[in-house]
Design a protein around this ligand. Sequence first.
Ligand code: XIL
Length: 316
Amino acid sequence: AKLHTLAKAAGKLYFGTATDNPELTTTAYTAILNDGAMFGQLTATNSMKWDATEPEQGVFTFSAGDQIANIAKANGMLLRGHNCVWHNQLPSWVSSGTFTAAQLTSVIQNHCGTLVGHYKGQTYAWDVVNEPFNEDGTFGADVFFNVLGESFVQIALKAARAADPAAKLYINEFNIEFAGPKATAMLNLVKSLKAANVPLDGIGFQSHFIVGEFSGPALQTQLSTFAAQGVEVAITELDVRMTLPSTPALLAQQKTDYNSVITACMNVKACVGVTTWDWTDKFSWVPGTFAGQGAADPWDENFVKKPAFDGIATAF
Ligand code: XIL
């Protein structure tokens, strides 16, 4: 079974994965990655972020991002751009810069415009704004919000629309997969942007889950609630981590959890596709970020399919 083929047959646009440049020298990895039937969509894990693309003001480097875009093109895969504006992996000239509102506006316009413009015609969608909210639903106190208030969101969206009118423009966030202050704040943001006619096409649900601590029905409710506002939705960074070592019982629960995520997307017409945050435990970000946790992806460290793979395949 090939996951993108199954997703398409089930009426979705894609099943895809994130990938990162250093991994591309591992031939056992690329042998599975370069299969458009398995993965119909790619996201660059790191190489389209601000620190990678505009490390110094006005100096743009696209070679690493292009490498990922070219793999997508060569294999007929859609590309999701990730991302234009985010408080992490932001070069210090931005994060520690002293800008007037007018100056930071043009910094955002130039960054988003140049980045999105570079990939014009190649990108299905862009995560224009990534992770704008704190858990309590207030905006993060980063340079963008501190200088511009929430207007930074529409500045970025409008610049992205102007640079590539065909790309779907997303706001991407985590912990909006269940009801709570963060999901409410995001819903209110969507309503206010729509009311002001700001270009916005989609909401990305990152979906970095923990084995056994995830509710498919709650996710489905959130997907439908956002879709009711006239946006599409997508699962953009799926993984389901566990405290190591993995056991057969944990892997079985993980299979159930992956199945529940796909089922939630299947049950919501506006859910266009699912992206895993890399597909193999070998290159997962989880062990490096969450101490003692891992085994979050559908393939193991030796590129062998885990029960989670069947959990995905049988839900499409
Ligand atoms: C992560 C990458 O996977 C890591 O390699 C990097 O060191 C940090 O960023 N939410 C996001 C992604 O939107 O960009 C993050 O990716 C994971 C959390």
